[in-house]
Design a protein. Structure first.
Length: 163
C-alpha cells in the first residue's frame, strides 16, 4: 500500500513545491520511492495550473532538485487517501484542520518544521514570495533540515505497515 504525503502552503508556487521536490528526492535516495508518493497543493486556488515561482525553480535547480511543478488547490476529499498533510505554517495548519471532514483527518495535518529538532518554537517556514532570493534560499534550508526528520517518521510508518 502506498504511503501518501501532501505538502501545503498558500498558493502552491513557493514553499510547498519546494518541500515536495526536496522530500521526493529524499524518498528516492532512501529507496522508498516505490512505497511513498509525494505531492503538494495550496490552500487557495489563485495559481492553479501555473508553474512554480521562477525563484523557487531557480533555487531548486541550483541545488540539484527538480523544478517542474503545476500548482493546484487542496481538496478536502483528498484527506481519505492521504497519510500525512504537511503544512508549511500555522495559518495553513489551521485552514487544513478546518477543512478536515473528520477528527482522524485533522490529526493527519502536521507542521513541516515540527520534524526539525533545531527549529525550537519557531515552526513556520516564512513565505518568500514578497522578498528576494535570500528568502527562497532560507526556505530551502528550512525544508532540507526538516526533511530528514520527516523521512525518518515516514520510514517508520511504512515499515510498520510492511511488518
Amino acid at each position: 500500500m502506498t504511503y501518501r504525503v501532501c505538502f501545503v502552503c498558500t498558493g502552491n508556487i513557493c514553499r510547498s513545491p519546494m518541500a515536495e521536490s526536496v522530500f521526493r528526492a529524499r524518498v528516492a535516495e532512501d529507496g522508498l520511492d516505490g512505497l511513498v508518493e509525494v505531492d503538494s497543493a495550496g490552500t487557495g486556488g489563485w495559481h492553479e495550473g501555473d508553474g512554480a515561482d521562477p525563484r523557487t525553480v531557480s533555487v531548486l535547480e541550483a541545488h540539484g532538485y527538480d523544478g517542474g511543478h503545476t500548482a493546484r488547490r487542496f481538496q478536502p476529499s483528498w484527506f481519505s487517501r492521504l497519510d500525512l498533510v504537511i503544512a508549511l505554517d500555522h495559518g495553513h495548519l489551521k485552514a487544513l484542520r478546518r477543512l478536515a471532514p473528520t477528527p482522524q483527518d485533522a490529526a493527519k495535518v502536521r507542521l513541516l518544521r515540527s520534524y526539525d529538532p533545531s527549529a525550537g518554537d519557531d515552526l513556520d517556514v516564512p513565505d518568500p514570495y514578497y522578498g528576494g532570493m535570500d528568502g527562497f534560499e532560507e526556505c530551502l534550508e528550512m525544508v532540507e533540515a526538516a526533511s530528514e526528520g520527516l523521512l525518518a517518521a515516514v520510514r517508520e510508518d511504512v515499515e510498520g505497515r510492511v511488518a
